[in-house]
Design a protein around this ligand. Structure first.
Ligand SMILES: Nc1ncnc2c1ncn2[C@@H]1O[C@H](COP(=O)(O)OP(=O)(O)OP(=O)(O)O)[C@@H](O)[C@H]1O
Length: 252
């Protein structure tokens, strides 16, 4: 059955920085149109794993990958794959909002424009900003600098920027860690709205957040995938003692 196929999959994935192996043979299947949270103590390899999904590790000279990473069943690391194209289909939002020092409008349309987008840029900007739940707050000041926005608004702008590329997957690396509780709640609401259109993989340190917003949770520990399954089960009846110890705050 087509729908059951994972959109992203790792097979015996190892991630190394030089001689240091930080992800140690992970098999993971990420279904489409769900929110998958990746949790685990600091340094367990969450961000490294997230970055392999859109070839961001390519920018780290010492990083190298073994095993397979598949997107719709195709090897993301095949020599014929264009990493730029992959990053359009698999967008990323980072810990700290990182808008360009340009107008709100230019932030949203810049990527599509340099990629030869032929449609109407005004319509594209409005649609992406609406989907990112930012339109009402910025519609009268699209030419203002993005840097004038609050941190939470900047993060939603970064989400709009990713959405404007028409991605299938949005990777989020602790997207709320620099935000206050109110801005965090808005991003969490937004993630709920986006899940019907996109596949979302989110790294978070905040276990309440993982429990609130995700359908599936992967628990990583020292580079191993300890447990992966429906969030409800992971947080109420984990199979593994290490998972239970982590989610009950006994370590990490
Ligand atoms: N560019 C790099 N060069 C060398 N080692 C790195 C690099 N990036 C990460 N590491 C190491 O890889 C391991 C995993 O790091 P990673 O950032 O993936 O973990 P994490 O679980 O996301 O941590 P955190 O929650 O603190 O962000 C750590 O030991 C880290 O020091």
């Amino acid at each position: 059955m087509e729908e059951c196929k994972p959109i992203l999959e790792t097979r015996k994935l190892c991630i190394n920085y030089g001689d240091l192996r930080v992800v140690k043979g992970i098999d993971l299947q990420i279904p489409s149109h769900q929110v998958t949270a990746v949790i685990g103590p600091s340094g367990c390899g969450k961000s490294s794993m997230l970055r392999v999904f859109n070839r961001m590790n390519d920018f780290i000279p010492t990083a190298w990958v073994e095993g397979e990473v598949l997107f719709h069943g195709e090897d993301l690391y095949d020599k014929t794959v264009d990493p730029g194209l992959i990053r359009q289909k698999i967008g990323m939002v980072f810990q700290r909002p990182n808008p360009f020092p340009k107008s709100i409008f230019k932030n949203v349309v810049w990527g599509p424009k340099i990629n030869g987008y032929k449609g109407n840029l005004n319509d594209l900007a409005e649609e992406a900003l609406r989907k990112a739940a930012l339109w009402n707050e910025v519609k009268d000041r699209l030419r203002d600098s993005a840097l004038k926005l609050s941190g939470g608004q900047q993060q939603r702008l970064c989400i709009a920027r990713a959405i404007a590329m028409n991605p299938e997957v949005i990777l989020m690396d602790e997207p709320c860690s620099a935000l206050d509780p109110r801005a965090t709640a808005r991003i969490e609401d937004l993630i709920q709205e986006l899940r019907s259109r996109y596949t979302i993989v989110i790294v978070t340190h905040n276990m309440q957040q993982a429990a609130r917003i995700s359908d599936l949770t992967a628990f990583l520990y020292e580079g191993d995938l300890v447990e992966f399954g429906p969030t409800k089960r992971i947080f109420t009846q984990p199979d593994q003692k290490r998972t239970e110890d982590y989610i009950t705050g006994r370590f990490g």
